[in-house]
Design a binder for this molecule. Structure first.
Ligand code: KG4
Ligand code: ZN
Length: 365
């Protein structure tokens, strides 16, 4: 029998309040019936970063409105659902708790099964939602809080090949924007400036390329940028528009080169075990960067691998990925009780040793 599953997903682990409805019948492609995202950028803009307490309160205020809108847009009611999935970590704990409490309330009131989802699994499974790619595949997960290479073998089967030992690339983009007086989130503003800049004028380091593994480091780029900026200011009294664009272009080129080279290495390791029809997928907010996408595409073409990148709106935080990851867990028989806990840290690969480094948004692995 081909079973149709309709799942409501909730996401509130950082600064986006999101709800979505996803449906799948048997093995046919999954459908995003709705995906509503309420961003909080303005609430945090005066502080230069996400303020956890403000984020948690805003999630608590907006989650119910977001759910109502997602159900309405999908043309369904709570009665048409098979389960409610929610991000149960990792993330800013107040926000994660807001989402988990909202989902528990819905489950308790309706009797719907509750499914806790790892936010990172949501990102990592997105290419299955958008492109229906089969297990296994190599995933580069790059966001504001995370950066890791994963072999994805199943909805809850991940092996980490390497990751950042300090900042995540999104964090580095955000800090770069802050240092140059550009608006947050930094990724899109730095990318836009970089388009008019000369990537060769400033020579940024390519961290950890001298080491053979798949680990990455991005915190040195921000220090290098600060020094270059301060030197220009000391020499000329300020930054011109062109200086800013050249700094952004140099910084972005360093991130692109580092990710490209480490992806080449991760792909080599992946191919040792999985030589047949390799697929590489990228997900997370930084996967919205067009220069990074183009470089990863080139690496895959060189190695004869297929490259998949989800559409931009499903790369950044959203609840469709949570609903879909919940759907995969539900299909495999997983259910959570009303004792589901919110977890600030929750590595996808529990067996690999923790990587060094733990930034504002939590552990990097
Ligand atoms: O996945 P996401 O929405 O939230 C986290 O789970 O972190 O990622 C947000 C991050 C931010 O740091 C933002 O600056 C970055 O993704 N980002 C980008 C771009 N668009 C968003 N970074 C580089 N280039 C972009 N175009
Ligand atoms: Zn995310």
């Amino acid at each position: 029998m081909t079973q149709t599953l309709t799942i409501l997903g909730l996401e509130s682990s950082c600064d986006d309040t999101a709800a979505a409805v996803v449906r799948q019948t048997g093995d046919t492609p999954a459908e995003v019936l709705s995906s509503v995202v309420f961003g909080q950028t303005e609430l945090h803009s005066a502080y230069g970063g996400v303020v956890p307490e403000i984020a948690a309160r805003a999630h608590a205020e907006k989650l119910d409105i977001c759910v109502i809108e997602a159900l309405k847009e999908a043309g369904v009611t709570l009665k048409n659902l098979d389960a409610v999935a929610v991000t149960a970590g990792p993330g800013l704990i107040g926000g994660v708790m807001s989402g988990v409490m909202c989902a528990k309330g819905i489950a308790a009131a309706t009797g719907l099964p509750l499914i806790g989802v790892n936010h990172l699994a949501g990102h990592a499974l997105t290419p299955r939602l958008t492109d229906g790619i089969a297990f296994p595949y190599l995933m580069l997960l790059v966001s504001g809080g995370h950066c890791q290479y994963l072999i994805v073998r199943g909805p809850e089967d991940f092996t980490r090949l390497g990751g950042t030992i300090d900042d995540a690339p999104g964090e580095a983009f955000d800090k770069t924007a802050r240092l140059l007086g550009l608006p947050q989130p930094g990724g899109p503003s730095v990318q836009a400036e970089a388009e008019n800049g000369d990537p060769k004028r400033f020579r940024f380091p390519r961290p950890l390329l001298d080491r053979p593994d798949c680990n990455l480091s991005f915190s040195g780029l921000k220090t290098a940028l600060m020094r270059m900026r301060d030197q220009i200011v000391a020499e000329k009294g300020g930054l011109t528009r062109q200086d800013r664009a050249d700094l952004c272009a140099g910084f972005q080129a360093a991130v692109v080169d580092t990710l490209a080279e480490k992806t080449r290495r991760a792909l080599r390791l992946y191919l040792d075990e999985n030589p047949a029809s390799p697929t590489v997928a990228v997900a997370g907010g930084v996967a919205a960067n067009t220069a990074i996408r183009a470089a990863l595409q080139d690496v895959c073409t060189e190695a004869g691998a297929t490259f998949t990148a989800p559409p931009l709106r499903l790369c950044t935080d959203n609840a469709a990925m949570i609903a879909y990851a919940g759907l995969e867990r539900f299909r495999s028989g997983a259910r959570d009780g009303l004792d589901l806990t919110a977890r600030p840290r929750w590595p996808l690969d529990q067996s690999s040793p923790a990587l060094l480094g733990s930034g504002k948004k939590g552990a990097k692995a």
